[in-house]
Design a protein around this ligand. Sequence first.
Ligand code: CP3
Length: 351
Amino acid sequence: MELLQNDLLLRAARGEKTERVPVWMMRQAGRILAEYRAVREKAGSFIQLATNPELAAEVTIQPVDLLGVDAAIIFSDILVVPEAMGLPYEMEEKRGPVFPNVVRTIADIDRLRIAEPERDLKYVLDAIKIVKRELNGRVPLIGFAGAPFTIFCYMVEGRGSKTFSIAKKALYADAEFSHTLLQKITDSTIAYLKAQIAAGANLVQLFDSWAGILSPAQYREYSLPYIKQICDAIFEVPLTVFAKGAFFARQEIGQLNCSVVGLDWNMDPAESRLLIPDKTLQGNLDPCVLYASFSQIKVEVRKMIETFGTQHYIANLGHGVYPDTNPDKVRCFIESVKEYSESPAQTSSIG
Ligand code: CP3
């Protein structure tokens, strides 16, 4: 058994008592930090950085040293899975990810393979091993993957979109195509998460970033069953399901075989506790709060912790931190969580 000096995140995820609320931030390893931008410059491009295990490990650890978060998350992207299946992506400056080829027919699906992580994603596994060595037990390491529906969106659409109408059209027009592709992505994702865990990831998170574009009925047919397969297959470490915008599916997500449910800022904490009574919750500060004054950030963090409570809870933003956020505001967020969530502060003190 690995001995961690700070295992707050894992204890909270397992539903055990914590002396204060653990805190980390989605997209903590990234452009908010000048130190990240310097390493990215050295690497040349996002993809060169992500595929270089030494450099990916370096930027993974930066937020632990520079921001004081209670966990590292491996620096990578959800789109490495389609690439491992045979569909390479490019990262265009300002525009984001683009797939030169897209998946539109059963024949396109047949040309894809189920990812073999030890071969196709070895660079991520190597980065995880370096991070684990260099962290030396300071904090846990989070692994991750996109949820099958979100990956499906990019593979079919070929690029980011506000509506993903081409991908959604496939759901309505061709259920067989959609389920076949979703299953292939699911099989790849299970293999990938298991490989991340074997390499040293202490917890894994599924990002269903585009969950909110589906109707409840479509979510039930095209996203939840695949997330369920992943939850049932991953038993080695705690798993977090973060389905952005899926406020309508909280109860069903809460019944999955996962340890933690991630919430975005549209989801009310008290209502979410009622809908998801027996899991740890993670979230959900609006990333825009970090544009406010230091004093306002403290007020909002205190409110958030008061509504969630200090147990069965992991503090985070409701989505990734925006790249133009001042790192001092991020530090204020992290420090405020630590300050307000120490257990003694909960027992009301006089004077
Ligand atoms: O710190 C961390 O959270 C780990 C790193 C991480 C990245 N992407 C690095 C990245 C994680 C967890 C992701 C997940 C990811 N990637 C998601 C799911 C989470 C979410 O935000 O909903 C999605 C949808 C993607 C796809 C993606 N990657 C987009 C749409 C973009 C372009 C938008 C942007 O932020 O630039 C990326 C690029 C990307 N992934 C960057 C980083 C640091 C920026 C590229 C750069 O540094 O040049």
